[in-house]
Design a protein around this ligand. Structure first.
Ligand code: AMP
Length: 387
């Protein structure tokens, strides 16, 4: 299987045409690499920036044949791509990161088991399939905790908090039919952080500065870099990412999310073998961006140690802010110093849907946060929490 350096004019196929595929494609284009994007949704935001697009179902044999005939190697932009499709593609063309990593990331128990295998710490957890197993897990691991679907959950969907054992049956019923499940002991965290790690085919590994993440209703609301954690915690996060990237033989970019608990422990929560929302700030505040770094690795080019230019805040723009259909008013924030608008050109504004993001760069984190609050206010949004 060819894993040599792909030349200018080579084509990377991308499974998925959302904003991540779009930003991957824009990065590839700057490098002279072509992209062909396969996504069943004809209005996919990545299509307008790709060299070719395929709006056909993922189970279409015709689409698979066309895709394979147009690409030199393949990557994907989200975890819910059928890993068997990725595996089938890998029989013909190199797929990075390897479909085995995609499969691991799709199942919470397998994901945490794998992280533990490579020496990362997690909150206690257990796979459960019935009410009695949930009851037993709550008794043995302790409460509060959270019952999650093992597959398919994202942005906080498919999760129910269990405060005490008497709530087990109700929680199980709330997720009915979506099993199997994982019960995890609740982490009293002071920070949620993530790190983007990149590894190339030669095995070189680099990491980006650790990012602090703030969620609202289970969706990433804003990210801050540098994360406000201790130097020792930062080192632990980076070392964990390196160990997992090496253990999994990653090629490409992967994000790992962690909780920093009240007692100072750094606990792995989940991973995504692709560029990540919490790494969007790297477009303005680092070189190369996570998207450029990913395309470099996928193309067989070496990854490079990222240069980091300084503090940044990234705010997600959700459809909720523009349900009035007046989304062109996003330009209101263009007058603010240090603010870059990213707009994904999604046609439909829906609550909870990520439709764009802002990156705010400044000489100090305080100043970046000040500008970020102002930007959010100008758009009619609320600043959630007291940072
Ligand atoms: P996840 O889908 O695992 O990323 O969970 C979504 C969000 O729910 C996380 O970002 C946390 O804010 C919260 N959460 C999930 N699992 C736990 C846990 N075991 N302890 C505390 N908070 C959690």
């Amino acid at each position: 299987m060819a894993t040599d350096m792909m030349g200018i004019g080579g084509t990377v196929g991308i499974l998925g045409g959302g904003q991540l595929g779009r930003m991957m494609s824009m990065a590839a284009r700057a490098m002279g690499i072509r992209t062909v994007i396969w996504d069943p949704v004809p209005s996919s935001p990545a299509f307008v920036v790709a060299d070719g697009s395929l709006a056909l179902p993922y189970d279409s044999a015709e689409a698979l044949g066309t895709f394979l005939s147009q690409v030199d190697r393949v990557t994907y932009e989200f975890e819910n791509i059928d890993w068997e499709l990725a595996q089938r593609i890998a029989e013909d063309k190199p797929v990075f990161p390897h479909p085995r990593i995609l499969r691991t990331s799709q199942e919470r128990v397998r994901e945490k088991d794998t992280a533990r295998e490579w020496g990362l710490s997690t909150t206690p957890y257990r796979r459960v399939g019935s009410v009695s197993e949930v009851v037993q897990a709550v008794r043995e691991l302790g409460s509060p905790g959270v019952l999650k679907t093992v597959t398919g959950g994202y942005d906080g969907k498919g999760q129910v908090v269990i405060r005490e054992v008497s709530e087990a049956a109700q929680a199980f019923a709330a997720l009915a039919g979506a099993g199997p499940y994982i019960y995890e002991k609740w982490v009293h965290f002071v920070r949620e952080v993530s790190v983007v790690v990149a590894r190339d085919v030669q095995g070189t590994i680099v990491t980006y500065p650790v990012t602090e993440n703030h969620h609202h209703h289970g969706i990433l609301d804003y990210s801050i870099v540098p994360a406000r954690i201790s130097a020792a915690q930062r080192t632990l996060v980076e070392e964990s990412a390196r160990r997992l990237a090496s253990g999994l033989q990653l090629v490409g970019v992967m994000a790992l999310e962690f909780f920093v608990s009240e007692d100072g422990a750094v606990l792995f929560n989940e991973m995504a073998p692709r560029p990540h929302n919490s790494g969007h700030w790297t477009i303005e505040a680092a070189w190369p961006s996570q998207f450029t770094q990913h395309m470099r690795a996928v193309a067989g080019w070496p990854v490079v140690p990222p240069r980091w230019w300084g503090p940044a805040v990234m705010i997600n723009l959700l459809g909720d802010l523009f349900l009035d259909g007046q989304w062109s008013r996003v330009t209101q924030v263009a007058t603010l110093d240090g603010v870059q608008i990213h707009w994904y050109e999604k046609r439909e504004m829906r609550p909870g849907r990520k439709v764009g993001h802002l990156t705010i760069v400044a000489d100090s984190l305080d100043r970046a946060l000040e500008q970020a609050r102002m930007a959010k206010r100008l758009l009619g949004g609320e600043w959630n929490d007291g940072s």
